[in-house]
Design a protein around this ligand. Structure first.
Ligand code: IPE
Ligand code: IPE
Ligand code: MG
Length: 256
């Protein structure tokens, strides 16, 4: 594994959960006169780099937004191409996931995936379920609103069937109905290719997530770019709505 962490990175204060909106594959390809699918293909190398670097640094959770609910509306050829790439990714990476003790989980409505791909995804999830060193959360056919609606639906059923009373519903109970149950909220959300929007990713989970947007297009996002994003995160002052006392502020400043 290549580059070491830059001196500005404090390995003791890494985010526990990093989420990434991997955007800009189409533009990367367009700039080179290639097809959009060529851009997605190159995007796979960037995925490998962030997974390897996260694992090496000891980041516990890495979420990757690979395909949104809304992306189903893209031309059939592009959707098919993306599904093919996902299939190939699962096949080529399984051995590495086992070797590096990486657990794969997915969020999103995978019933919409072609059934053979869905089976391969489920098999990979099952094969890696006891791996403990890092969790990769693959968001595929995922939409934040859809996730919240399905949680509300499941909760409504449980209320109707008398399994829970309306008064007992609080944030923690509600979180338990989301597909990310058991996974801590992301500390850092990275979006590549410059767009300043969430695009229906982790709407509930990102309430206090630090957001980092870079103009770098996803296929160009390498280990150095990732380390830079992590260093940026460490310079942020997370307040969670509170006021930070002078002494604490000084302590945080000294720690940077
Ligand atoms: C991100 O790249 C990958 C997916 C959404 C599947 P895009 O395909 O959105 O690339 P741009 O934004 O058009 O450049
Ligand atoms: C967000 O990118 C979804 C993924 C990266 C999978 P999009 O390219 O779909 O988002 P918009 O259309 O620019 O908001
Ligand atoms: Mg895009």
């Amino acid at each position: 594994m290549a580059a070491v962490a830059p001196p500005s990175l404090d390995l003791a204060r890494l985010p526990r959960h990093v989420a990434i909106i991997m955007d800009g594959n189409g533009r990367w390809a367009q700039q080179r006169g290639l097809t959009r699918i060529e851009g997605h293909k190159r995007g796979k190398d960037a995925v490998r780099a962030v997974v390897e670097t996260s694992r090496r640094l000891g980041i516990s959770y890495l979420s990757l937004f690979a395909f949104s609910t809304e992306n189903w509306s893209r031309p059939r050829r592009e959707v098919d191409g993306l599904m093919g790439l996902l299939r190939r990714y699962l096949r080529t990476e399984l051995r590495k996931m086992m070797k590096n003790e990486i657990r794969l989980v997915s969020v999103g409505d995978i019933t919409r995936l072609p059934s053979s791909l869905r089976e391969e995804l489920e098999q990979t999830i099952d094969a890696t379920k006891d791996n403990r060193r890092m969790t990769v959360v693959l968001a595929v056919s995922y939409g934040g609103r859809e996730e919240i609606v399905q949680a509300a639906r499941a909760l409504a059923r449980d209320v109707r069937d008398g399994r829970i009373g309306p008064e007992a519903i609080d944030e923690s109970v509600f979180s338990g109905y989301l597909s990310t149950r058991g996974i801590p909220d992301p500390d850092l959300l990275i979006r590549t290719s410059g767009e300043m929007r969430i695009s229906n990713f982790f709407l509930w989970q990102s309430a206090y997530t630090e957001i980092y947007v870079t103009d770098t297009l996803w296929p160009d996002f390498d280990e150095q770019h990732f380390l830079e994003a992590l260093a940026h995160y460490q310079r942020r002052e997370r307040r969670f709505g509170r006021i930070i006392e002078h002494a604490e502020r000084e302590r945080l400043r000294a720690a940077r």
